[in-house]
Design a binder for this molecule. Structure first.
Ligand SMILES: [Mg+2]
Length: 441
């Protein structure tokens, strides 16, 4: 814990971010129970105001439950474009003032002030930065300042709304001890239940459990929780770079200009990437499509988009980009899709025209893929007709090998069974260790 002693980490988090953006547009919403999303009866709550939370409403709750709890609640459809823009603006303000920061979710940033504390008082600096953000963005924000990311984040949450809280090294344990284990970032419902059944509800109780026992019960996650309860978190602030991305590309066995087939391939690629995004609780704010003509001329086009991880939305954008890109009537040899500007989060559900069922469908598909591999469930449009022999009988094949897997350039294992070579998920998750922000408070 000694290494943490001289660290100074700020966690900044917008208060009820989506709601605040709406209030800025329409001040009549101030002080009212406001719910973002859940437009249709089958929708879900994307975010809600502190007034609505008093009725027990929370994000991801079915809209009809929210309506029962608080019939007078005001439902606002929500606009991810505007929230994304506000998010980029806030990141800009921070980027101009600090050298090392991490964008952890659409409305959260970590700033590493270590070393700068000799020149500025960290608390004074953070407080001034908070005021600047409030003034320039017109949106409320809170922050916590402590020796690591976990304690800083808990401090922020304790100070909300419109709060500031510093927890110095010697106060870390006294600050954490009386809190519910619920307050530890990353503790899920099932973990909470397990610990709760053991009589562990307070952080102090958790600190008294032997590490080995925590490992036995919850594995690595248990150890990590134990450390957090003890105020230990060595995760670094990962610098925010625009190039945080995941991508995939395919080189075709034989060059093609079959538009329907190309679009089906794009659909397949986007589906694979969004599956990964959702698995890692990430959203993307930028999509890039690349094509290479048969003469090796390569063209790329990208588009900033509202933060999302939804298939239907991204597939449409990717197809549109492809239409704009593919200008020459020439054969193509390669196609690629990349999702970048990744941040943690998954709560835009309810802001698009997506209902509970569609969201459940994504969840169910992700579950199957997690069990049986990422090609276990695919959209029907990307499945090509199975090959038939001269008697018109289907030639049996292994569906997992049907899509060919070849890494362009790296020439690893080549399986030539399908219409195109697909890069083995040329996925470059360029970043790690981002703490999952589960709710945008
Ligand atoms: Mg927030």
């Amino acid at each position: 814990m000694n290494t943490q002693k001289d660290k100074h980490i700020i966690h900044m988090d917008q208060d009820a971010f989506f709601v605040s953006v709406e209030i800025k547009k329409n001040p009549r919403l101030i002080g009212k129970p406001v719910i973002i999303g859940g437009g249709s009866d089958r929708g879900v709550v994307a975010s809600c105001s502190y007034e609505a939370r008093k009725f027990g409403i929370h994000s991801a709750m079915p809209a009809r439950t929210a309506k029962l709890l608080c019939p007078q609640a005001i439902f606002v459809k929500g606009n991810m474009d505007e929230y994304s823009k506000a998010s980029h603006d806030i990141t800009e303000i921070i980027a101009q003032r600090v050298p090392l920061f991490e964008k952890a979710s659409i409305d959260e940033h970590y700033i590493d002030m270590t070393g700068m504390d000799k020149f500025f008082g960290c608390m004074k600096f953070a407080s001034e930065l908070r005021q600047t953000i409030i003034k320039e963005s017109g949106l409320p924000i809170s922050f916590g300042l402590s020796v690591n990311k976990t304690v800083a984040k808990i401090a922020t949450n304790e100070s909300k709304p419109a709060g500031e809280k510093e927890v110095i090294f010697s106060e870390v344990q006294p600050f954490l001890n009386p809190l519910s284990i619920h307050k530890i970032p990353g503790i899920g419902h099932s973990t909470y239940k397990k610990l709760s059944e053991m009589g562990v509800r307070q952080i102090q109780t958790l600190t008294q459990i032997p590490q080995e026992l925590m490992f036995k019960i919850l594995g690595q996650h248990g150890l990590s929780l134990w450390q957090k309860a003890n105020g230990i978190d060595l995760a670094p602030v990962v610098p925010y770079r625009e190039r945080k991305s995941i991508g995939t590309q395919a080189t075709f066995e034989s060059d093609t200009m079959d538009i329907a087939k190309l679009k089906a391939i794009i659909t397949g690629m986007v589906t694979g990437l969004t599956f990964q995004l959702r698995n890692q609780c990430k959203l993307t704010a930028c999509i890039t499509v690349t094509i290479r003509y048969t003469n090796f001329e390569t063209v790329t086009r990208q588009e900033r988009i509202p933060y999302t991880s939804l298939d239907s939305f991204l597939i449409k954008r990717a197809h549109d980009l492809f239409d704009k890109l593919y200008a020459k009537r020439m054969l193509l040899r390669l196609i690629g899709v990349k999702l970048s500007h990744l941040v943690s989060g998954y709560e835009q559900i309810g802001l698009y025209d997506i209902c509970e069922e569609e969201y459940s469908l994504y969840q169910a598909m992700d579950k199957v893929r997690n069990h049986y591999g990422d090609e276990a469930v695919v959209k029907a449009c990307i499945v090509t007709q199975p090959p038939r022999d001269q008697y018109n009988k289907v030639i049996k094949y292994n569906p997992r090998k049907k899509k060919i897997i070849t890494e362009t350039g790296e020439g690893a294992e080549k399986e030539q069974t399908g219409d195109y070579k697909r890069s083995r998920m040329r996925n470059f998750m360029n970043e790690k260790g981002i703490t999952g922000g589960k709710s945008y408070d």
